[in-house]
Ligand binder design. Structure first.
Ligand code: ADP
Length: 487
């Protein structure tokens, strides 16, 4: 019942239609007609005096024309006035006016008719102009919102009292990702800042402070611990906007999600630490072997000397591998990694890799062969990818379990898979391990030596061959790495 009443009020309230360029003909027409009918019923059946309507209907007509001109513009006002004028003519006809009364009636109707049309025109035109202005402003705001939404950073604009007047999509995403309090247009940031939700404070307080002090906040960084695994780094710049008289009229906050940048910085720091360590270890042991050779060069027999030289060679190869990985990463960064393509079969490369790597592990590397399929690729680089996947499979799977390699033809692609039954990778880490210098940082994984370069280099090599590389894995239950290449 109440909702019906509310709907009627909303429908009939002319203010509801401000800014809406929809002008009805039916409502003014039938409503004015209804009023005329009601006045006839009143005159003939209630008071039994047909001539009583004259003055009242003039007042009612004026009221209706103003109302409809304001609600439905020129069309509404003119429609209502026309119905009224026709009703006046009907009164003259039905009451059998004659002589002077008839001419006075006609002249009055004509003058009132002109006056009504004029009033309807003026009021209706004003209403339509207001509609155009409101629409224009709404369009401008929409346009500004569209521009602000395109910004690759979070933007929040408040008025001088801290009431939010504009936020962009990016900010909504940042707030959602950081599990921070949602902010909507119309919210008061200074009030939100004193809210109970602790996390909400970090972004809203500075805005309130900037508004009260007028001093900008430059590149302030916040760390938000979303959960045990996830941290978000935000950088905030805040400033007030003043009018020509220096009065604060708005505040703007620019918020940037710098998590990726921060994580890369952290990874780089870790990398420098690890690289120094990894480079130092073989160099130290090589130095020891060489010292020992020097000291006892005359006393060692050939067999011992050979053993020492084998160790030195092994350490040198390790160093060579590290340095060449480093060089590859740097070449990939500068776009200088070159590919020399030739036709060969993947099966041959896999067999070659297994021959080299089988001697380094007790685990059996099993290869289920299929028909030979030629590909056009950089043989050495594909060898590098396969070596990296098998080396990882050995490194991250314990003991005796087999490593299974398969090749499969799928439409115009060949898919190679390397499966191990080792420690596995959690879902949240799976898309990150292909990032530059990324290593899973569980306490368990920390014990494995490495740089986080292998999968990054592999991914770039496969991408450059128009292929794809991906992983399927479950923590604790081993991993299967796949890559595809066009045939
Ligand atoms: P590295 O092995 O030198 O650390 P990679 O880029 O080859 O670098 O691998 C990145 C990370 O991915 C590793 O640190 C490891 O945590 C994870 N990873 C790679 N291969 C496997 C695998 N077969 N099983 C479990 N984790 C793996």
């Amino acid at each position: 019942m109440l909702s019906v009443l509310m709907r009627i009020i909303r429908y009939s309230n002319p203010v509801t239609y401000l800014g809406i360029k929809r002008y009805s003909f039916n409502f003014p027409f039938f409503f004015t007609l209804g009023v005329c009918l009601a006045s006839e019923i009143y005159a003939y059946w209630v008071v039994h005096s047909p001539n009583i309507v004259g003055v009242y209907i003039i007042l009612a007509s004026v009221g209706l024309l103003i109302y409809f001109a304001f609600r439905d513009g020129i069309l509404g006002g003119v429609t209502s006035s026309s119905v009224s004028v026709l009703y006046y003519l009907y009164i003259i006809y039905s009451r059998h006016y004659t002589g002077d009364k008839f001419s006075a009636g006609i002249i009055t109707t004509a003058v009132l008719g002109l006056l009504y049309i004029f009033m309807a025109g003026i009021i209706g035109w004003l209403k339509q102009t207001i509609d155009t202005l409101i629409e224009h402003e709404a369009d401008e705001r929409k346009h500004l919102q569209q521009i602000v939404d395109q910004f690759p950073i979070g933007v929040l604009i408040t008025d001088e009292y801290g009431k939010v007047v504009q936020i962009n999509k990016n900010l909504a995403t940042i707030l959602r990702e950081s599990s921070l309090q949602n902010i909507s247009i119309g919210d008061d940031v200074t009030a939100l800042a004193s809210g109970t939700k602790q996390q909400g404070h970090s972004l809203q307080l500075p805005l309130g402070r900037v508004l009260s002090t007028g001093k900008p906040i430059v590149e302030k960084e916040y760390v938000i611990n979303v959960d045990e695994q996830k941290r978000i780094f935000l950088q905030m710049n805040c400033t007030v906007i003043r009018n020509q008289q220096g009065k604060i009229i708005a505040a703007v906050a620019i918020i940037n999600n710098i998590t990726q940048q921060k994580e890369l910085e952290e990874r780089k720091d870790d990398f420098v630490n690890m690289a120094s360590h990894e480079l130092k270890t073989p160099i130290t042991s090589m130095k020891l072997y060489i010292e020992s050779l020097f000291l006892r060069i005359h006393t060692y027999d050939d067999a011992i000397a050979e053993k020492i030289l084998v160790s030195i060679r092994f350490q040198t190869e390790k160093l060579q591998q590290l340095v060449s990985d480093l060089l590859d990463v740097s070449r990939l960064q500068t776009g200088k990694l070159m590919f020399t393509k030739e036709i060969f079969t993947i099966q041959d490369v896999i067999k070659e890799t297994i021959m080299t790597l089988q001697s380094t592990t007790k685990q059996k590397i099993v290869y289920t062969d299929i028909d030979t399929i030629p590909v056009m690729a950089d043989k050495f680089r594909i060898y590098q990818v396969i070596t990296n996947l098998i080396t990882n499979a050995i490194k991250y799977s314990s003991g005796e379990k087999n490593i299974i390699i398969k090749t499969k033809k799928n439409h115009k692609k060949i898919i190679v898979s390397v499966q191990d039954f080792g420690i596995g990778i959690s879902k949240s880490q799976q898309n990150k391990i292909f990032n530059r210098l990324y290593q899973v940082t569980d306490s368990k994984e920390k014990t494995f030596p490495g740089f986080g370069m292998g999968l990054y280099i592999s991914k770039e090599i496969i991408n450059k061959h128009n292929g794809k590389i991906w992983v399927e894995s479950e923590k604790g239950n081993g991993s299967t790495f796949y890559f595809s290449l066009p045939i």
